[in-house]
Design a protein around this ligand. Structure first.
Ligand SMILES: NC(=O)c1ccc[n+]([C@@H]2O[C@H](COP(=O)([O-])OP(=O)(O)OC[C@H]3O[C@@H](n4cnc5c(N)ncnc54)[C@H](OP(=O)(O)O)[C@@H]3O)[C@@H](O)[C@H]2O)c1
Length: 249
């Protein structure tokens, strides 16, 4: 894999799970990273761990002004960006009868509108040859009960990767998506399910996994770093599935 020394990347949700694992891998390979997230504790721990290689800014992807502040700081510190990982996302599951307009709006607000606003605001900083990666979900390729709104918000990102690839190719930009399967991250504990229900869901999912285990954030991060790096220069509008074979076998 090519070296990333001197390159700069921005990651939303870089203070936890897949985003943090991606930040670690990028830094290990010589890059500098700008991280955006909400939780002050994990942001502070990330700043402490990554040290001078990381710019850390607190904010919410649903807030235009927070994103403006983030990318202003990125411009000041890094000048330009070699890549953007649009990773911040929220998951929630509900039977269709329980879905309300507010529920749809809250998921789409973070997962889709937040992603669009992130790309829009990063665009002036992305240098020619830069790569954008959107974090989708393997659930877009199979039917998973009670995931209708979450999965639709992720399917919209895969569509965005294709359309924006066509729209931005003349500027020398590439847009792809990553589609992770079930990955062991703090996301599960944020679902608001009682522990027993969570364990039952995890056991059901595990039984369907050909490799009989959840993926790790690092395994997804390796694929994200590939899509962010010049090693994937001939890939545009693609969705790369990293799910231990769950959706294919
Ligand atoms: N884990 C899986 O099985 C799986 C599978 C497929 C796709 N994904 C996707 O992977 C992405 C990362 O999730 P993860 O599994 O790594 O879970 P995670 O550890 O819970 O990370 C989620 C990240 O998103 C950030 N975030 C959420 N809402 C935000 C907002 N409104 N503004 C700014 N940051 C926000 C969180 O920041 P704070 O902690 O500061 O709130 C956190 O850094 C998500 O888009 C998720 O849908 C995960």
């Amino acid at each position: 894999m090519s070296t990333l020394t001197g390159k700069t990347y921005a990651i939303t949700g870089g203070n936890s799970g897949i985003g943090l694992a991606t930040a670690r891998e990028l830094v290990q390979r010589g890059a500098q990273v700008a991280i955006f997230g909400r939780n002050p504790q994990t942001l502070s721990a990330t700043r402490h761990e990554l040290g001078a290689a990381a710019l850390v800014v607190q904010g919410d992807v649903t807030r235009h002004d927070d994103l403006r502040r983030f990318f202003d700081a990125v411009a000041q510190q890094f000048d330009r960006l070699d890549g953007l990982f649009v990773n911040a996302g929220s998951a929630s599951f509900a039977p269709i009868e329980h879905v309300t307009q507010e529920y749809i709006a809250s998921l789409f607000n973070v997962n889709f509108i937040g992603a669009v606003q992130t790309i829009q605001q990063a665009l002036p900083l992305l240098r020619e040859g830069a790569a954008v990666v959107l974090n989708s979900s393997m659930y877009t390729t199979i039917g998973v009960p009670q995931s209708s709104i979450y999965t639709a918000s992720k399917a919209a990102l895969e569509s965005l990767a294709r359309t924006l690839s066509a729209e931005l190719v003349e500027r020398g930009l590439r847009v792809n998506a990553i589609s992770p399967g079930n990955v062991a991250t703090p996301l599960l504990s944020r679902l608001g399910m009682p522990r027993t229900q969570l364990e039952a869901v995890a056991a059901t999912e595990l039984a369907r996994m050909p490799v009989q285990r959840f993926g790790s954030a690092e395994e997804v991060a390796n694929a994200v770093v590939f899509l962010l790096s010049p090693d994937s220069a001939y890939m545009l509008g693609e969705t790369l599935v990293v799910d231990g074979g769950r959706s294919r076998l």
